[in-house]
Design a protein around this ligand. Structure first.
Ligand SMILES: Cc1ncc(COP(=O)(O)O)c(C=O)c1O
Length: 387
């Protein structure tokens, strides 16, 4: 083990279970560690590196921007922030954007928007948000509370007031959570950390119906599913729905930290000067990266290819006896109890393949969206030799 890796346990808080590996360089979908070993990356920094590593345009844009201005503050207008907002708004059914730095922060913002919206409407009693078992929304107290998984809550109580949990894909359970205090329903179209669990179409219809009947906002967490991951720019575009609030992060910056919240005008307007903010949110560097990522994802045939490559990945996984689920390049394979997903991920790593795991003993494939068919095949061949 390199000296600096050993020093990690001395100087870093130990909240991550890290592999004793450190990468020094990346190109396309490949990473190279400090010993020169090559890895095929089908995890992409956990659904972050949309354009893989060392994308020439992203690198150039970020370097050039860094040489001009990295950060001012939101006391001033920031040109790339406005350009990125325009790209997001004009390619979605939402009207306005707010920028922050992570998925958790985007979800905190969404929770605040929901509360402020009903407060300003003269209905402060409407503050409860219903979220779902198996969901994941982040690690800050608000987003952690929204994450209906007790294992993440242990040791951190008391949690935020006003979040209720319903069983995912269970309309009856959802109905039981709704009362005169309910303000919003918040969910992922495909639960990522929870095990790549897609929403049922009928359940989504039920959410829409309840939201309409009871005057509730629909908040969708597209932190993992957004920015082309599922073969559409936003996962909501696979369904007949326009959410009121969409949260984004991960893939939007292609590796540069960024979060965003998109909202319809009638909600966005409740954030007046002084109501919310984020020092780094939407700074020059992050939003410059976001523009490059968005332009590439929106370029000719890019999303179509994500869809086709996703279908290819699913078929290849089926051929080696797995049961894939998901959409586009967000695919999970639940494993039988006798095979631990974490063991498979570890063995894959030894053989130069990086894959992830998710809840419910699931293997998770969220590669860079630029992966090609032969690279997918290469990954499957490595996996086949293990399973
Ligand atoms: C759906 C979803 N929401 C929110 C988050 C939290 O994002 P971050 O780690 O950037 O705070 C994640 C992270 O995995 C996620 O998958």
């Amino acid at each position: 083990m390199s000296d600096f890796i050993e020093e990690g346990s001395k100087y870093l808080i130990g909240n991550y279970a890290r592999y004793p590996i450190s990468f020094v360089r990346g190109e396309g979908v490949y990473l190279y560690d400090s010993k020169g070993k090559k890895y095929l990356d089908m995890l992409a920094g956990i659904a972050v590196n949309t354009l893989g590593y060392s994308d020439p345009e992203l690198t150039k844009a970020v370097c050039e921007q860094a040489g001009k201005i990295i950060h001012t503050s939101n006391l001033f207008y920031i040109e790339p922030q406005i350009k990125l907002a325009k790209l997001l708004v004009e390619n979605s059914c939402l009207d306005k954007a707010f920028f922050c730095n992570s998925g958790a922060e985007a979800n905190e913002t969404a929770i605040k928007l929901v509360r402020k919206y009903f407060y300003d409407k003269g209905q402060p009693e409407k503050y409860e948000i219903v979220t779902f078992t198996g969901g994941f929304h982040g690690r800050t107290i608000g987003s952690l509370t929204a994450t209906a998984q007790p294992k993440y809550h242990e040791g951190f109580k008391p949690l935020l007031q006003g979040i209720k949990y319903a069983e995912f894909n269970n309309p009856e359970s959802l109905r039981k959570c709704i009362n005169e205090n309910t303000a919003a329903i918040m969910f992922e179209f495909i639960q990522g950390e929870g095990g790549i669990n897609p929403i049922d179409n009928k359940f989504l219809d039920e959410i829409k119906k309840i939201a309409e009947d009871k005057d509730l906002l629909i908040v969708v967490d597209e932190v993992q599913t957004g920015i082309g991951r599922t073969g559409k720019l936003f996962a909501y575009q696979h369904y007949d729905i326009c959410p009121d609030i969409v949260t984004l992060a991960k893939g939007l910056g292609g590796g540069i930290p960024i979060g965003a919240v998109l909202a319809k005008d009638f909600i966005a307007e409740v954030f007046k000067p002084g109501t919310h903010g984020s020092t780094f949110g939407g700074n020059f560097l992050a939003t410059t990266a976001g523009i490059v990522v968005m332009e590439k994802v929106l370029s000719d045939n890019f999303l179509n290819e994500v869809k086709e490559k996703g279908e290819f990945l699913e078929n290849e996984l089926k051929k080696i006896g797995l049961n894939p689920r998901g959409k586009g390049l967000m695919i999970g394979c639940p494993l039988p109890e006798n095979i631990k997903a974490s063991d498979v991920a570890k063995k894959s790593l030894e053989k130069g393949l990086i894959i992830g795991t998710a809840g419910g003993n699931t293997l998770r494939f969220v590669p860079p969206l630029i992966i090609d068919f032969s690279e997918i095949k290469e990954g499957i061949d490595i996996l086949k030799s293990i399973i």
